[in-house]
Design a protein around this ligand. Structure first.
Ligand code: TYD
Ligand code: MG
Length: 478
């Protein structure tokens, strides 16, 4: 590593012990770890030049109280749902990673972002695409109605994947925003590895970070998400960037959720809700009800949960289908919720509430393609399972929320008042909640009957209608 030569070259550096080698090998000869060698550029003087602008003051330590508050110059994009997730707009000089599965709408969103910045007077936008040709980007722009006015003028498209050249163009054009679509196609000339390899992705991202910090330009990287849900390429990318946004949703359903899983310049709790339509992503007018499925009436296996995404209540329908399964190996399928959590709830239902599902196939789904991680979804999931098994629907206009413990006890959720107020606004007038509440003083919404229950068994009994489902409803669901 210490040998410095005039021309840039690469080494293969072990990510476990930092030893470097001239050639790639499957196993590190120093520490014995497998598949840890990553191609890395050595001797890179440019990076030192582009140190953050405050570095001159680092010579002398400053008393914490006397440290200046950082100025965070933001440029609002003009897409309310996205500005909200970012904490008020794109921060100048920040590096943002936008992740999502192929086809979810990353390029579409970023072209709309580019148009927003150009329209809002945030400077021009350099859109570097390594995935498509400039003509293909134009086709998409035509579909989005962006071939006139400020976007047509202000968005500068280049079909280029080599980071050095992208940076050169950016330094010349001085745009307000650079979009790199995608980081998996980006390469640097000094490395031998193919686009998308760990070394290429990381070095490209590092250089683009220099561009962002050094020139004060916001840089957005598009990243494809692999099947297991992680951002493809090295995990280190997530540590490197300032903000990680992910676009979620089912590819063949219209709703899209934009979430910040990391944000150095704002909260990570906010979500933005969009709908993919004929003209790109449109903001959803009433996100709280966006994920509610339309029904003719109550159906067994369906429960409405007032979830909280950051500060925003979103009502979501939990759907369960329980059917007698093959002996020995029942199927368990869950989408939108953690399958391990569902397995745990099935066990708790069996042991603590006498609702045995051990020999049943279980299918669980959140309507609208939403993914919810909060534990408050436990109770609605459990009720949905019981409802389907017993073929008894949940009472009409009823919501349920609460965490379930291993003993079948119920634990409170945060923000109950806000959740129920939103449910009441959307016409629900009955709520099943844990008896213990986290907020000491809270007032249930006017006209809402709040049923505080102490155990899972009690919750199920209070939630389901007493009589067996009518034949017509039952057969319609089965
Ligand atoms: P795209 O942004 O290319 O996805 P990604 O960059 O994440 O791979 O968009 C993918 C899908 O969105 C594609 O199947 C077409 C659809 N789409 C619309 O439905 N409406 C539109 O206006 C646009 C531009 C795309
Ligand atoms: Mg794309």
């Amino acid at each position: 590593m210490t040998r410095v030569t005039g021309r840039p070259q690469s080494r293969f550096v072990c990510q476990a012990c930092a030893e470097s080698f001239l050639r790639w090998e499957g196993q590190c000869r120093a520490c014995g770890a497998w598949n840890t060698l990553v191609e890395t550029v050595v001797h890179e003087p440019a990076r030192r030049k582009a140190a953050p602008s405050g570095s001159r003051q680092l010579d002398e330590p400053t008393a914490l109280g006397a440290v200046h508050e950082p100025a965070v110059p933001r440029q609002a994009i003009g897409i309310g749902e996205l500005d909200r997730v970012l904490g008020g707009g794109l921060v100048r000089g920040s590096l943002v990673l936008v992740g999502g599965e192929p086809g979810i709408g990353k390029s579409t969103l970023l072209l709309q972002v580019a148009a927003g910045i150009a329209t809002a007077g945030g400077g021009s936008v350099l859109y570097a695409t390594g995935e498509e040709s400039a003509a293909q980007v134009r086709l998409r722009a035509a579909r989005l109605g962006l071939l006139g006015g400020a976007p047509a003028e202000g968005i500068r498209v280049v079909a280029e994947a080599e980071v050095g050249r992208i940076m050169e163009i950016a330094r010349f054009e001085r745009p307000g925003l650079v979009v790199v679509d995608s980081i998996q196609t980006a390469t640097v000339d000094e490395l031998d590895g193919p686009a998308g390899s760990v070394g290429q992705v990381r070095e490209s991202a590092l250089r683009l970070m220099d561009l962002a910090k050094g020139e004060g330009i916001a840089v957005v990287l598009v990243g494809h998400v692999t099947k297991d849900g992680s951002l493809a390429g090295p995990k280190t990318l997530e540590h490197l960037v300032d903000t990680v946004l992910s676009i979620e949703g089912e590819r063949f359903a219209a709703l899209r959720l934009v979430r910040a899983s990391k944000n150095r310049f704002g909260s990570t709790e906010e979500v933005g809700v969009f709908e993919m339509g004929e003209r790109g992503l449109a903001e959803v007018a009433d996100p709280a009800r966006a994920f509610l499925a339309e029904h003719d009436g109550p159906a067994p296996g369906s429960v409405i949960a007032p979830t909280l995404e950051g500060s925003r209540p979103i009502l979501v329908e939990v759907q369960a289908l329980v059917a007698p399964g093959a002996v020995g190996s029942p199927r368990r399928t869950a989408s939108g919720v953690d399958p391990n959590r569902v397995a745990l709830l099935i066990a708790v239902l069996g042991r603590r509430a006498g609702i045995g599902l051990a020999s049943h196939d279980v299918y669980l789904n959140l309507a609208g393609g939403l993914t919810v991680g909060e534990p408050g979804l436990d109770l609605p999931i459990a009720i949905a399972l019981a409802s389907s098994l017993r073929d008894r629907p949940v009472h009409d206009r009823t919501v349920a929320i609460g965490e379930v413990g291993l003993l079948g006890e119920l634990r409170p959720v945060s923000g109950l008042e806000r959740r129920l107020r939103e449910a009441a606004r959307l016409g629900f007038d009955r709520a099943i909640v844990p008896r213990a509440t986290r907020d000491a003083s809270w007032t249930p919404p006017v006209g809402m009957e709040v049923i505080a229950v102490g155990s899972l068994g009690e919750a199920v009994e209070r939630a389901l209608v007493a009589a067996p489902a009518r034949v017509a409803t039952a057969s319609a669901r089965c």
